[in-house]
Design a protein around this ligand. Structure first.
Ligand code: MG
Length: 159
């Protein structure tokens, strides 16, 4: 069997604003995330995990930040691209696990809706999709609320 594991990591800094987009969900907040696209740090980490499992580069190679067509882009475009490339290569995504690292906004109240949205975009059953969160105990850039970090793992199995 060809079983592949991929990891992804992403960080976006805060800037002034009134909402963030995390794992496809728009969440009211007293800051926004800065980025060329919608800065969905969770979705970017998951997308990179899929590219990683495929040994197929990274999100910056497929969607260069220098390319104006991705300015303000909704990040589901990136995730759908990675999912399609996995399927085209004959792989089934068997699970995804994403960890958001931030003090605020609080993720817990939104985690189930994030799972549902990620499962919908990835066309996966809900029980194969995990979105969870932790803080860094007020340490470092996430602890100082300068930005949000995200980690992701995916497993692909050749179908
Ligand atoms: Mg990013």
């Amino acid at each position: 069997m060809d079983i592949r594991c991929g990891n992804g990591f992403d960080v976006h800094a805060f800037e002034p604003g009134d909402h963030v987009v995390l794992c496809g969900l728009r969440i009211p907040h007293d800051k926004a995330l800065k980025g060329h696209s919608d800065a969905d740090v969770g979705m970017h980490a998951v997308t990179d995990a899929i590219y990683g499992a495929l040994a197929d580069g990274d999100i910056g190679q497929h969607f260069p930040p220098s390319d104006p067509q991705w300015k303000g882009a909704a990040s589901h475009i990136f995730l759908e691209h990675a999912v399609a490339r996995a399927r085209r290569r004959g792989f089934e995504i068997t699970n995804m696990d994403c960890t958001l690292i931030c003090e605020r906004p609080k993720i817990g109240p939104h985690a189930q809706a994030m799972r549902a949205e990620m499962a919908r975009i990835m066309e996966l059953p809900l029980d194969r999709v995990s979105v969870k969160a932790t803080t860094s105990e007020r340490l470092g850039f996430t602890g100082r609320e300068e930005g949000i970090a995200a980690l992701a793992t995916v497993t692909l199995v050749a179908s």
